[in-house]
Design a protein around this ligand. Structure first.
Ligand code: HEC
Length: 245
């Protein structure tokens, strides 16, 4: 009897990792292991290389997922080479960065993601005066202070990935490729706030001194909203009563 019970115990206590439980076996103490670099996700149809010419969100997304399976210490996933933050975009982003159109795409994507995730605190201008800051949340520094103008792109990637001081991390919400897109957009935002006449193409420069377009009159809103007191007519209650579905 005792021998049989012993056998049963053996089957019950199989060596296994409970999901997300830590492990002493691996040096990074994660029981969940990264797939071997180069593993191709089952959701990717066909050749991955095709995706660099395919702008469909599904295809891009599948590449993004695949990139997440890279070596966790890669520049792509840390913003650092060794201990040094880099100031360039990783070469293997699912956005093309070597054509004007490609750069336009990554900035547009970055602007969209920035508007969703960062403006509530950092504001559309990046001056740190977002809506919830105006309602009392800790005020972040402006992106236009010299220290952050000098900060490398990898630093912005890192802050989004790991948070910073009073700022939470956005690793769960924003995929690595999009973190890079946001970092690139912030750099563009910084440049836009400090542009000088020489940044404008010579051919367009004379436009700068032209007076604003004629013929557009901006209405004076104080006239549009006069203190009219329209009597409020009560809306008759037409909803059938007691007619629950
Ligand atoms: C909930 C508000 C909030 C949101 C949303 C937010 N941040 Fe922040 N951020 C902060 C605060 C607060 C600080 C200052 C933290 C501190 O110094 O303790 C900060 C600081 C920073 C810094 C400066 C770090 C430094 O070197 O001083 C960067 C860069 C940054 N945020 C980027 C972002 C980006 C990019 C996003 C969007 C993905 C974002 N933040 C979203 C609140 C926010």
């Amino acid at each position: 009897m005792a021998v049989l019970a012993g056998c049963r115990q053996d089957m019950h206590n199989q060596p296994k990792f409970i999901p997300l439980r830590s492990s002493e076996f691996y040096s990074d103490r994660r029981s969940a292991r990264y797939p071997v670099p180069g593993t191709i996700s089952r959701t990717v149809s066909g050749d991955l290389a095709n995706c660099s010419n395919n702008a469909s969100p599904e295809c891009q997304e599948s590449v993004i997922v695949d990139k997440e399976q890279l070596d966790p210490n890669s520049y792509y996933l840390t913003g650092k080479r060794g201990n040094v933050y880099g100031n360039d975009l990783p070469g293997d982003l699912p956005f093309k960065t070597d054509t004007p159109d490609g750069r336009q795409n990554i900035l547009a994507r970055g602007q969209e993601r920035y508007t969703i995730y960062c403006t509530p605190c950092h504001s559309q201008l990046g001056d740190g005066n977002g809506m919830i800051v105006q309602r009392g949340f800790k005020r972040p520094p402006s992106f236009h202070v010299q220290r952050l103008k000098n900060a490398p792109l990898g630093w912005f990637y890192d802050v989004i990935s790991n948070g910073f001081g009073g700022m939470p991390d956005y690793a769960a919400q924003i995929k690595p490729a999009d973190r890079w897109a946001i970092a690139a957009y912030i750099r563009a935002l910084q440049l836009s706030q400090n542009a000088s006449e020489t940044d404008v193409a010579a051919a367009d420069r004379d436009q700068l001194s032209k007076p604003a377009e004629q013929g557009i009159t901006i209405p004076d809103t104080s006239i549009i909203s006069p203190a009219v007191t329209t009597p409020v007519t009560p809306v008759p209650d037409t909803q059938p009563k007691g007619n629950k579905r």
